[in-house]
Design a protein around this ligand. Structure first.
Ligand SMILES: Nc1ncnc2c1ncn2[C@@H]1O[C@H](COP(=O)(O)OP(=O)(O)O)[C@@H](O)[C@H]1O
Ligand SMILES: [Mg+2]
Length: 419
């Protein structure tokens, strides 16, 4: 992964200086270029680019400044634009939206907030690049998938569950959805069935206008109606992943019955290619309704005795409920070597084996901070690579080989000289 390049465009030097002083807080460390002459911007873009992020300072906060930015964005759509203004520009909201900016910052700004915003913009720029490359690769991809499913069938459905809280279900769900979108170019929707305390929107920094509850409030709807309108209740993350959010209030959640969950899932499955269901800890009726429709059921545990013991109980319960064990895959998360419990010991307890053993990784909190799946924010991190190899068999064969090409690390360009 090459080091990101950031262009700061502003008549004053302050913003560039602030960002320059913070480069060591970024991973990887970016190169910051400052351009203080508006007339020179085209030349800088041409000679020093491509840039991942353009940070536009307060002197661009005019109508003409914004329209200049729209033109730049049209010309270089993969470069993420961040606006950093000291006051609301004297222009309409529409002019601001037209620039295609991914963020609008208010100056003066705290260092941490600036780093997060620019880092996030940089991830988005890379994701956009990769998506464009994937689209080219996908044009040649066959229509039948490796597992034999064909288009227009209900979506492949993956449910993520665990016996205890904090195992990383939401973390895994967001990454799985991102992975599927990234490598298939198809439409994936996360359904947040942690109805009381759903955190998918928070983890992805989304502000859904509607939730599952609202979708169920449609009056006299038949199934076709719900299906054709379900997308209106979802919200899309910048990585392309769609989310049908959990209700805003526990009281709303209480009013959702298992048959409602089935209706929602059936509708979502008809409108998307992949459905990823996040669930609350423990088994409840809504989760069981999701299991019934799932192709694969992931059960997660962390590397501690209560979690492992509860996973055992959870699995025996599934057996009693006659959930087919073929579809169950186990994930051990937050595995650390020095916690006084041995990974081998745990794996021996589960003869079916773990599909993945994922380490505790600091990149995860960093990605949560950015509202990004860790596989998007830190694709080269060990945890991202481990997850990707565990998820790879879910892809159609053609994409599996494309993925092998895409994940070979590029040659380092750290020492490339600037002209
Ligand atoms: N492998 C990991 N390394 C570090 N932190 C992790 C890891 N997996 C999950 N986390 C963090 O642990 C917390 C709980 O994870 P979460 O996905 O919310 O669990 P659940 O949905 O099962 O309750 C979150 O803050 C998440 O970012
Ligand atoms: Mg959760």
């Amino acid at each position: 992964m090459r080091n990101p390049k950031i262009l700061v465009l502003d008549r004053g030097e302050e913003l560039a200086t602030q960002l320059q002083s913070l480069v060591d807080d970024f991973r990887p460390v970016p190169e910051v270029v400052s351009c203080t002459r508006m007339g020179a911007v085209a030349e800088v873009l041409e000679n020093d680019g491509p840039f991942d992020v353009l940070v536009a300072g307060p002197s661009l906060g005019t109508r003409s400044g914004l329209s200049r930015l729209s033109l730049i964005h049209e010309d270089q759509p993969a470069m993420s634009l961040v606006l950093a203004f000291s006051r609301r520009p004297d222009a309409s909201l529409r002019d601001i939206v037209r620039t295609g900016a991914v963020d609008l910052l208010q100056l003066p700004i705290e260092d941490k907030e600036l780093v997060d915003a620019v880092e996030r913009a940089s991830v988005l720029s890379r994701v956009a690049d990769e998506a464009a490359a994937a689209q080219v690769a996908l044009a040649a991809a066959p229509l039948v998938t490796a597992d034999g499913s064909v288009p227009n069938q209900p979506a492949r459905t993956y449910t993520i569950s665990s016996a205890t809280g904090g195992c990383g279900k939401t973390f895994f769900a967001t990454n799985l959805a991102y992975f599927l979108v990234r490598y298939t170019g198809k439409r994936a929707c996360i359904v947040d069935l942690d109805l009381q305390f759903g955190e998918v929107s928070t983890a992805m920094r989304l502000r859904p206008k509607f939730t599952i509850f609202d979708a169920l409030q449609r009056e006299d709807t038949d199934e076709d109606d719900l299906r054709s309108h379900i997308e209106e209740y979802t919200v899309q993350h910048e990585t392309g992943v769609w989310v049908l959010a959990a209700p805003r209030e526990p009281a709303e959640a209480d009013r959702i019955q298992p048959p409602d969950v089935t209706r929602i899932l059936e509708a979502v499955r008809k409108q998307f290619d992949y459905v990823i269901v996040d669930t609350p800890p423990q088994l409840n009726e809504a989760t069981l309704a999701a299991f019934d429709l799932s192709d694969v059921l992931y059960v997660m545990a962390t590397l501690d005795l209560p979690s492992v013991r509860n996973m055992s109980v959870f699995l025996s319960t599934l057996e009693r409920l006659k959930v087919s064990a073929d579809n169950v895959k186990l994930i051990l998360n937050k595995a650390e070597s020095d916690v006084g419990i041995d990974i081998d010991q745990v794996t021996r307890l589960f003869p079916q084996g773990f599909e993945s053993v994922l380490p505790y990784a600091k990149e995860v909190s960093r990605s949560i901070n950015l509202g990004m799946p860790v596989m998007a924010a830190s694709p080269q991190a060990e945890i991202s690579r481990l997850m990707a190899s565990g998820m790879k068999p879910l892809l159609p064969l053609e994409q599996q080989s494309k993925m092998a090409e895409a994940t070979t690390p590029p040659k380092k360009s750290l020492f490339r000289r600037r002209r």
